[in-house]
Design a protein around this ligand. Structure first.
Ligand code: CU
Length: 346
């Protein structure tokens, strides 16, 4: 075969490879997976995700625990009163994420992501220093920008149908950690203290993001897996460090046709407790206890990816629910998470 023909074949093979990487709905992972794919040199992508999380009821370990049980048995880490007096009943969080990806070379894809979240938590306040008489309820709400992440996704190697890439990034402390709101105390007063850790918008620390992603496909089937860790670097200005997070997940997808694929995903998440404490967060409520934030959770998700005509825009949806959760409790349990996404490649 003459050299030019060989070259033409090579170009054809390469472009076929690139085309198959970008022109199927399942060439992206389920929408909840962050940094799942890389781009070819010069490509740009704009993304938007909306995530809604619903938590209702408490658990200690793997068992449910009622609010009255918490008020009568769960120790107050601050000593007096002896047990917790304020109990979170439910929480919702809605997060909007805007991301941009750009590949300066075939090997490296750069990615940046901003987010804005709204959090709401409903509580029951039990009257006085002990007992289970309900005094009343109250809701705290915070909203604002969260932490900003920047990352490089580095292609490690593509074989015939398999791809590997590593993720190295940094989460910047752009989220506020000094949010306050009105509360109802067991003594029937209504001050506006600094809110406990889950209601704050950021970590307050620079956090290292590392990960490894694998994906492959055969015919209409696709599968992949990802390890991703968030490791806190140092202590924030309020004298604490949020727990590190480690996530291991795997997914399977099936392409129905050229524009629709369906997916199933399993994700294992491990989160540590808080190291240190914010001296301004000291109410008799579980969320103020640095040792009641750790957890291990296994989530199951079902999703759909849609590639719109013209192949420049994608829509995706995924609903996730825990099949197992073990909480350093009492802690609110997660019930379900819904994620929607739109992605645009000009
Ligand atoms: Cu992208």
């Amino acid at each position: 075969m003459p050299f030019t023909s060989k070259l033409a074949c090579l170009v054809l093979l390469l472009s076929a490879g690139i085309a198959s990487a970008d022109t199927h709905p399942d060439s992206h992972a389920p929408i909840s997976v962050m940094g799942d794919h890389t781009h070819s040199q010069g490509e740009f992508m704009l993304g938007y995700r909306a995530m809604h999380m619903s938590m209702q009821g408490n658990r200690d370990g793997t068992s449910s625990i009622s609010s009255a049980e918490i008020a009568s048995t769960a120790a107050n880490p601050f000593g007096a009163p002896p047990t917790l007096r304020v109990v979170p009943e439910d929480m919702t969080m809605t997060m909007h994420m805007v991301s941009a990806m750009y590949a300066p070379s075939d090997r490296v894809t750069l990615m940046g992501m901003l987010n804005y979240s709204t959090k709401e938590m409903d509580h029951t306040t039990f009257a006085g220093p002990s007992g289970t008489n309900v005094l009343g309820g109250f809701t705290t709400k915070t909203s604002g920008m969260g932490d900003t992440s920047i990352a490089a996704l580095i292609r490690l190697g593509d074989s015939h149908h398999s791809k590997w890439h590593a993720t190295v990034g940094l989460s910047l402390p752009t989220g506020d950690i000094e949010e306050t709101d009105d509360i109802l105390t067991p003594m029937n007063t209504r001050p506006s203290p600094r809110l406990p850790y889950p209601m704050q918008l950021g970590s307050g620390t620079y956090d290292l993001v590392t990960g490894l992603t694998y994906s492959s496909n055969a015919d209409r089937w696709g599968w992949g897996s990802q390890w991703r860790s968030l490791v806190r670097l140092g202590e924030n200005d309020e004298d604490y460090t949020l727990g590190d997070e480690h996530k291991l997940q795997g997914w399977l997808s099936y392409r129905i046709n050229a524009s629709l694929s369906l997916s199933a995903r399993l994700a294992y998440l491990d989160r540590g407790n808080i190291d240190g404490m914010d001296p301004l967060i000291n109410a008799p409520v579980q969320t103020a206890d640095p040792d009641r934030h750790g957890m291990q959770r296994l989530d199951f998700g079902l999703g759909a990816n849609v590639l719109l005509p013209g192949q420049k825009q994608r829509l995706a949806l995924e609903v996730t629910a825990p099949v197992y959760q073990k909480l350093d409790g009492p802690q609110l349990e997660t019930d379900w998470v819904l994620t929607f996404g739109w992605q645009y490649t000009p």
